[in-house]
Design a binder for this molecule. Structure first.
Ligand SMILES: [Zn+2]
Length: 133
């Protein structure tokens, strides 16, 4: 499998697409099967190869992770340093389960994991939202 950076001539988007081979890409392209995932246009072309600048690409990757995290936390409630006790109370059924995020020490996180409480570290630190109550 090979991956090409493709560029849509209609929407201007750049996206990645996988093909079995370069010839496979040419075949699919000729048959109009290579389409832009943003606007379904088949007027796509291989994007000019850009030199991969580490600092730039890691910045873009970080922005992507930050966006994904923001999306994941959109419906999540910030519980600050009460994260460990809140997660534990939900796990034991004391309180209704909901999506929460907050701060936990490494020891707390390890203890939760040992007790089978499903928690996951966030890829990026979260800035506590102002004053809570
Ligand atoms: Zn497009």
């Amino acid at each position: 499998m090979i991956v090409f950076d493709l560029h849509c001539l209609d929407s201007g988007e750049t996206f990645e697409a996988w093909f079995r081979s370069s010839a496979d890409y040419e075949d699919q392209k000729a048959a109009g099967l290579v389409q832009c995932p943003f606007c379904d246009s088949s007027r796509v072309a291989k994007a000019p190869m850009a030199p991969r600048v580490p600092r730039k690409s890691s910045g873009a990757a970080l922005a992507k992770i930050a966006a994904m995290q923001a999306e994941a936390l959109k419906d999540s409630r910030w519980v600050g340093d009460r994260f460990a006790e809140t997660a534990r109370a939900m796990h034991s059924g004391e309180i209704a389960p909901e999506q929460v995020h907050g701060q936990a020490t490494l020891a707390e996180a390890r203890s939760l994991a040992e007790d089978g409480v499903p928690v996951a570290p966030l890829p990026l630190p979260v800035v506590p939202p102002g004053e809570v109550n």
